[in-house]
Write a protein that binds this ligand. Structure first.
Ligand code: 2AL
Length: 243
């Protein structure tokens, strides 16, 4: 089984970290590979970043289809391009936000999300609503860390995330906490130790869900709206996407 982790931003060190976190929880025999688009934002922390990154995600899905990948994970907490990605493949495609929300509801009745910058909270809130998880989430919180500070040991990211998780634990009345960025994938164990609540991290959650779907022979339905897109010409610099 080959699971492809797509980091939608173009920061290679974060892609490596995401790949390592996925590999750590994968079953023996599961191949985990991690890629990022050639072009796009170095971090995703706005609606604009998300929109641009989605094109790169879709290009990575097209590349994965040439390589026979069995399942894909979109490893950014806004799940950019998720439904469009599902149209391009019959393999399962899982976003890390949806994976984390699903698992959090299986182990607690209420969770809070701790994400990076305050301006990205709305992205998680929109996803909670559109996925139907809004009633399970008490609060989307921000540690006010720019995404790339997670790549910089000097930025004290861990301490700030732990502080915000402790506030969630003490003020929100939640049973678990969802980490709101793919770049936090290497911090889960330390945060769990420091906070004392179950910490649900999306990359690892998505890898285990992807393995489950592949072993159950459940792929993206090609019946209805997630069918392959109708073929048509695309113009200009997107001509390569048409036929
Ligand atoms: C993210 C993420 O997971 N990766 C990235 O570049 N931006 N999301 C976030 N809320 O910070």
């Amino acid at each position: 089984m080959h699971i492809r982790l797509i980091n939608p931003n173009t920061t290679a060190s974060m892609t490596e970290k995401i790949g390592a976190a996925g590999l750590k929880v994968a079953a023996a025999g599961t191949v985990v590979s991690a890629t990022n688009p050639d072009a796009g934002p170095v971090s995703i922390e706005s609606h604009f970043d998300e929109a641009i990154s989605a094109v790169g995600v879709l290009e990575e899905i097209r590349r994965g289809e040439q390589e026979g990948v069995d399942a894909y994970v979109i490893a950014c907490f806004g799940d950019p391009g998720l439904l469009a990605a599902r149209e391009l493949t019959a393999a399962p495609v899982i976003g890390i936000a949806e994976a984390a929300f699903h698992l959090a509801t299986l182990i607690s009745t209420r969770f809070s999300v701790v994400t990076t910058l305050g301006r990205t909270c709305i992205i998680a809130e929109h996803l909670l609503q559109s996925y139907g998880f809004a009633h399970h989430c008490r609060k989307v919180r921000a540690a006010e860390i720019p995404v790339l500070d997670l790549e910089d040991d000097g930025a004290c990211a861990l301490g700030r995330i732990v502080d915000e998780c402790r506030r969630a634990r003490d003020e929100d009345g939640v049973g678990s906490i969802v980490l709101g960025c793919g770049g936090m994938a290497d911090l889960t164990d330390e945060i769990r130790e420091a906070v004392g609540l179950p910490i649900v991290e999306g990359v690892t959650a998505a890898v285990k869900l992807a393995e489950s779907l592949v072993s159950l022979r459940l792929g993206t339905s090609k019946h209805g709206d997630l069918a392959f897109p109708r073929s048509k010409p695309f113009t200009g610099r997107f001509a390569y996407l048409g036929n």
